[in-house]
Design a protein around this ligand. Structure first.
Ligand SMILES: [Zn+2]
Ligand SMILES: [Zn+2]
Length: 512
């Protein structure tokens, strides 16, 4: 690998945009129409990596998140009460009541937990709301320009998408003052000098309103208008917008040919898929909320998960064992040069490394019920580093959450109080090896020493190591698989381990 190939993508982008100009505005935006999920993290975290790389270079840079709070409610989503929300379809999200009645609007209901999670992930961004941008008149100039150049925009849309644009198409969607909908109106005229738009609604209402209060631009015009109004120079967006004839293609031409601006440096990104269930999407219901993820692993690990993969590479999120491995990978930073840079960009002041595998902590939490004192005693016995109490307790909380929400059945560790009946299926050589292990085990052996001993004994008994490991798991857990055996056995009381091995070797419990 050449050193150029090993460069982190955020560094490549930072250097590329600095060829264009010295001051930057990175923009992101997601519609707050439902709970934000792990798939949504790619947008803000892709921007965060570039933002951090630019900050490191001493570049003056702003980081926006624009909540598309003026977007209408498209339909009654499965998670909404139909009786309550049927009549809200077509109204802006900022004007609809929230599902819990505890927030100023529907948009704020979903925005609040997202912004909390963003803060927890160490991202500092300026939150802008589309409804405020419109209603404060920040897009007035672009709205009037777009209305004056409706024919040019129609031509661009036709040329780029190949689709016919309806004769009465308008770049502006009025908001009906009577029924509150965006989806039932059409523009009937506008006055540039008076800065007003006239419209008619299917409900029968006709009106003339100041542009700032009259509605919103349609998506394909809204986006370039926002680039121009906010001076956006860099923007990550989902790959659907990046397709040929997609909204980035039309946006580029509209911002240049209609608004007289330049499009931002584009950073298209791929979706995040949930292992075994395809791309995460609200409509498929295969979501893991950002809140849920931030309860499961430290924020640095969430950042690292996104930073370590180039934006256009597919990312499969597996909350089972791979998520635990990711924590250990981040703690160790033993990845390639590129991963080391990803970890550096991911670092926050918060979480020091655990000092031993997080997977092992997950086992200890299961064996002790998450008791920090008992875990500390086991770590000392195992001669593993004992992290500061606060670090240990916060990692125990993450482990508990993972166990409660994401632990696959085969990784569950339930120590059996008595000899499990499953040992009846052990072969004579498996029993012989377990008996040898009971004899040769010493209290001072650590996990690695026990692990090595298991290999030696398996060989001596003419047994594939896998079969001896399975015998050990059956004897203690009643199932043929479990956590790394040496570390597992050294976590348990020595006398108990020896007695259980002897019982299993004889094929019966003490009471029998
Ligand atoms: Zn609410
Ligand atoms: Zn109406």
């Amino acid at each position: 690998m050449t050193s150029a190939a090993a460069r982190h993508w955020a560094d490549e982008i930072a250097d590329a945009v600095l060829q264009r100009q010295a001051h930057h505005v990175i923009s992101t935006g997601i519609t707050p129409s439902g709970e934000f999920h792990v798939g949504h993290l790619r947008e803000v975290l892709t921007a965060e990596a570039v933002y951090r790389a630019l900050k490191e270079r001493g570049v003056s840079c702003r980081f926006h998140y624009v909540a598309d709070s003026m977007d209408p409610l498209r339909h009654v989503y499965p998670f909404l009460d139909p009786a309550r929300y049927r009549e809200a379809v077509g109204k802006p999200l900022c004007d609809i009541p929230c599902p819990c009645d505890g927030h100023p609007s529907y948009a704020e209901h979903y925005l609040e937990p997202f912004l909390q999670a963003v803060q927890k992930l160490g991202i500092t961004l300026e939150v802008l709301r589309a409804d405020a941008l419109y209603r404060q008149g920040k897009l007035d100039a672009q709205i009037l320009t777009a209305l004056q150049h409706t024919q040019t925009i129609k031509r661009i849309l036709h040329e780029e998408t190949g689709r016919e644009v309806a004769e009465d198409w308008s770049p502006f969607t009025p908001l009906c003052a009577a029924c509150g909908r965006l989806t039932t109106t059409r523009v009937t005229g506008f006055d540039v000098a008076a800065k007003t738009v006239s419209y008619a609604c299917r409900c029968g209402h006709r009106d003339t309103a100041p542009v700032s209060q009259a509605g919103k631009l349609t998506w394909r015009v809204d986006w370039p208008a926002r680039w121009q109004a906010l001076g956006v120079t860099i923007e990550p967006f989902g790959k659907d917008h990046a397709s040929r004839g997609g909204s980035y293609d039309t946006g580029q031409r509209i911002v240049r040919e209609v608004f007289g601006g330049e499009p931002p440096y584009p950073i298209p990104y791929e979706w995040i898929a949930l292992a075994g269930q395809g791309d995460m999407s609200s409509s498929k219901g295969n979501l893991i909320s950002i809140f849920n993820l931030t309860q499961t692993v430290p924020p640095e690990v969430v950042r690292y998960m996104i930073f370590r993969v180039r934006p256009m590479r597919h990312l499969v999120f597996d909350p089972g064992l791979p998520l635990l491995n990711l924590v250990d990978e981040y703690d160790n930073l033993q990845g390639s040069q590129r991963n080391a840079r990803a970890a550096e960009l991911a670092r926050l002041d918060g979480t020091p490394p655990l000092g031993f595998p997080f997977k092992h902590l997950v086992t200890l939490v299961q064996l002790t019920g998450g008791d920090a004192d008992k875990i500390t005693a086991i770590l000392k016995r195992q001669r593993l580093p004992v992290p500061p109490r606060q670090v240990l307790e916060s990692r125990i909380a993450y482990a508990r959450h993972w166990l409660a929400h994401f632990c696959p059945p085969q990784l569950r560790v339930e120590l059996q109080d008595t000899l499990p009946p499953a040992v009846a299926q052990l072969s004579p050589s498996q029993r012989q090896a377990l008996g040898e292990l009971a004899q040769r085990l010493q209290p001072e052996m650590d996990g690695d020493a026990i692990h090595a001993l298991v290999y030696t004994l398996a060989q001596a008994c003419g047994l594939p190591a896998k079969e001896l490991f399975a015998a050990i798991y059956l004897a203690f857990l009643g199932q043929p698989q479990g956590p790394r055996a040496g570390w597992f056995l050294s976590s348990l009381d020595f006398d108990f381990v020896r007695r259980r091995l002897q019982e299993a070797a004889q094929g019966q419990g003490e009471a029998a």
